[in-house]
Structures are given as C-alpha cells and as structure tokens.
Design a protein. Structure first.
Length: 129
C-alpha cells in the first residue's frame, strides 16, 4: 500500500472539493431556497422579524437592543434557540459564522443557508469576544 504523502492528501482533498462544487452547481433547487426572500423583508429600513420552520429546524430573527457582540444593526438570528452569529456587510448583504464566505441578501436567507450547511447537525454556540 502506498505511503500517504502531503501531495496525495492535498490531491484527494482537491478532488473532493471539486466533486462537491460540481454537485452543488448541478443540484436541483429545493422548493424553499435558502436565499429566497419575500417582498416585505426590505421595508421599514431594516430586516423583518421572522419565525418559521425551515427543513425541520426552527429559525428566528429579530432586532435586539443593548450592547454585546451583535453586528448588523442589532439583529439576532437563532436556529432551534441557539444564536447564529450574523453580520451585515457594507453592501447590505449578510453573512453568518456558518456560511461566512457566501453572502446572502437577508438574515432570513443567512439562517436558511446555515440550516442547509449544517445538514441536520446541531448549531454549537459561538463565543465571540
């Protein structure tokens, strides 16, 4: 059996990443897309409150008051009661600690994208300093 080298490990990782990317591009869209938005999410100058079940997970989003580590104008998102750390970007898009490199248009879309990415795994609380 050949010895595992750094070159072979990196080659295998690159092959897996390419296969996963190709699969994501060819996957058929689900009935409720994680980035799907509703018309009422952008009025009143900020993200709307939401509370829904998406793919069997309860997702919530609401404005918060007070200090703390909340970014994005004091808005908190929760998956099954555990806070999903979200931030708004300068261009108005949102990112989360789960899908940091995939900006979405709203906090609801960030919650949905995180549920898709978690694939049923529980969200572990994020300790921000």
């Amino acid at each position: 059996m050949p010895e595992l080298t750094r070159r072979r490990a990196l080659g295998a990782a690159a092959a897996l990443a390419t296969a996963a990317g190709a699969q994501a591009l060819t996957a058929s869209p689900a009935s409720a897309s994680p980035t799907e938005t509703t018309a009422d999410e952008h009025h009143h100058g900020g993200p709307e409150v939401f509370d829904e079940v998406f793919r069997g997970r309860r997702i919530e989003g609401r404005p918060v008051t007070g200090g703390g580590h909340h970014h994005g104008g004091g808005y908190a998102v929760f998956i099954d009661g555990v806070e999903l750390h979200v931030m708004s970007n300068a261009d108005g898009s949102w990112i989360s600690v789960v899908s940091h490199y995939d900006p979405v248009p709203t906090p609801r879309a960030a919650a949905r994208a995180a549920v898709v990415e978690l694939q049923g795994a529980p969200l572990v609380p994020f300790a921000a300093n």
